[in-house]
Write a protein that binds this ligand. Sequence first.
Ligand code: AMP
Length: 304
Amino acid sequence: MSRYPLMVIGTVAIDSVETPFGAKQEVFGGSASYFSYASSFFIPAELVAVVGSDFPSEYKKILEERKIGLDHLNVLPSGKTFRWKGKYESDLNTAITLDTQLNVLLDFKPQLNQGVEPEFLFLANIDPVLQEEVLNQVKRPKCKLVACDTMNFWITSKKDDLLRVLKRVDLIIVNDGEARQLTGQPSLIKAGRMIQDFGPSIVVIKKGEHGALLFYEGNFFALPAFPLEEVFDPTGAGDTFAGGMVGYLAKQNVLNFETLKRAVAYGSVVASFTVEKFGLERLRLLSLGEIEERYQAFKKICHF
Ligand code: AMP
C-alpha cells in the first residue's frame, strides 16, 4: 500500500499566453503543473494527469527536480497534449480564453494504482467528470481533505457534473467571477455561503489583486493580496495559490480555523511570486526562505 500525503489531478498543458508586457508561445503550464510545483515547497505531490507524445522531456524534468511523483502521469502516444491559449488585457485579474484544445483529455480515464491512498487530495481545474472518477477511487475518511478548483469553461459546459463533485468535497478554491457564475449571486459574501450549501464546509474566494475571502463553517476571514508594484504574468496565480494553501495544510496535517487562515496567507504569498515573471520562471528561482520572509512581511502589513 502507498500512502501519498498529497495527490493532485488536473491538467498538464502547453500554454500560449499574451500579457500587456509580452507574449510567449508553447510554454509549460496546466493547473496540476502549477499546483504541484507550488505545493512542492511544503510537500511533494503525486501528480495524476495525461499528456501526449509531444510533451517535451524537459518539462518532465522540471517536475522531477521538485520531487513531484510521476507514477500517475500517463503518456498517450497517439495523442496531443492539452493546449490553452489566453490573454490578459489591462485588467490582469481576468484571463480571456482564446482557445482550448482538450486533445488527450478527451480519452483520459484516470486510474489510481492498486493500494494507493492519498491523505490530502486536490482536484485541480479539469473536467469535473475526471475529478469525480478520481474521487470514486479514494477512500474516506482515510483521505482527510478533498479540495477542488474549477473555471468558467466547466461551469458553463458541465455544471451538473460539477455540482455532484461539490457535494463530496471539503474545500473549494475559486475566483470571484467563478463564485458569481456558480451561484448567480453578485454579493461574494452571499455567494460564499451559498457555495457552502452546495457541499464544501470551507470556501475560499480569490479576488486577484484584492486578496481572498475564507468561509469556514460559521467563521469568516479576509486577507488582502501581498502588495506588488508590478504584475508581469498572472497565469498560474490561482493554481499556485491553491498549491501553497493545500501544500501547507498537508504539511501541517491539521485542519482548524487558525491553520486555514495561515494556509490562505501562504497561498497568497506563493501566488505573489508566480506573477512576478512569466509562467513558472519565478517559482523556479524561489526558495522556502523567501516564502517565509515574505510571509512575515505580509503578517506585519496586515496586523492592526
Ligand atoms: P490559473 O492559475 O487560473 O491562471 O490557471 C492557468 C492554467 O490553467 C493554465 O496553465 C492552463 O493550461 C490551465 N487551463 C486553462 N483552461 C483550462 C481548462 N478548461 N481546464 C483545465 N485547465 C485549464
